[in-house]
Design a protein around this ligand. Sequence first.
Ligand code: 17E
Ligand code: FE2
Length: 411
Amino acid sequence: MLFQNLILENASETVDIRVIDGKFENIAPKLEPQPSEEVIDCGGKMALPPFVESHVHLDTCLTAGRPRWNLSGTLFEGIQCWEEYKPFLTKDEVKERVNKAIRLQASNGIQYVRTHVDINDPKLTALEAILELREEVKDYIDIQIVAFPQYGILSYPKGKELLEQALKMGADAAGAIPHFEFTREYSVESLNICFELAQKYGKLIDIHCDEIDDEASRGLETVATRAYEMQMGDMVTASHTTAMHSYNNAYVIRLMRILKMSEMNFVANPCVNMHLGGRVDTYPKRRSMTRVKELTAEGINVSFGSDDIFDPWNPLGNSNMRDQVFMGLYTGHMLGYEEIINSYKFVTTNAARTLHLGDAYGIKEDNDANFIVLDATNWYDALNYNAPVLANYRRGKLIASTAPVEKKILF
Ligand code: 17E
Ligand code: FE2
């Protein structure tokens, strides 16, 4: 099968892509179609490796307003709403919602997802459902599961046992929530447990870290130090780190050194961080996004995730990664030309690095032929005009498509 006339990422010339047996066989300008080969002319549109959703909570997706809406817009009321939804969880109910969300993601060009799943549930219902689903949908989407203790490892009954059980059941990564533990001591100890268990079971780590506008919330320094000392480096991710927005600069300069040494990853969730953050401020109201510009300038890997798809923490989440890039660039003061044209990396290559996808990710020969085609000729326009993902190919097979939008202007 031959795909003609594609612009790869920021390239200035088009290439053709030959796919054989679901793999990229050949990528070069002007490939000659072979007898009886199927040919698709992509019309000079832009191709990217599929979007990577590096931080979302699929277990809570599509529950906004049930049983009630989060009216304060705080993280804490969101957690309370979710608590009130939990009695309604069944395996089938979770699967039905997550199946819908996954299809929404595919329609938006996503093929790799890291989902957090709340394991502060003695029955682990959502985890069981999503573990099954991970298998059922693997031909269409890769799902990575983080065992996420919403109430904490030490501040929830049998939190440590539930985390260990979740890892044994097949979760890919261990989570923690240091800013939500009852005490600073629990916070540090919960991180020690998270790292110990991850190492014991050979898992990745992704921590909800300092998701609070409290400049004294300093889980991050412990995470980075453990990542460094235990040589887990890029297996470790700190998500949210919104308190970093409120840290004083003198502290950040000291902190940055160990962040760099650790080689860990960061995930910001621009829309949700903006929505949930600054809620205790009158005026001025803080933007609660971590220091993406400064981390990036230090060569530290940062990706953007959506966190939520229409749930108690985001009533407008729709799984479109473009929204995250858009909000992230505005919030982070990153609308320089180079910053804009390269910003797809926050939801492609950088996010793939966070997920530890390695060389298997990307449009290159011998890789699985996974790619998307956008209705634009470059990322600048794709971002600016909110270009739809025209086609989402998985191992060379079309798994989702959107027709181009045709606008009529009558003057
Ligand atoms: N739980 C949490 O602690 N933080 C979040 N951003 C979400 C759930 C979505
Ligand atoms: Fe989250």
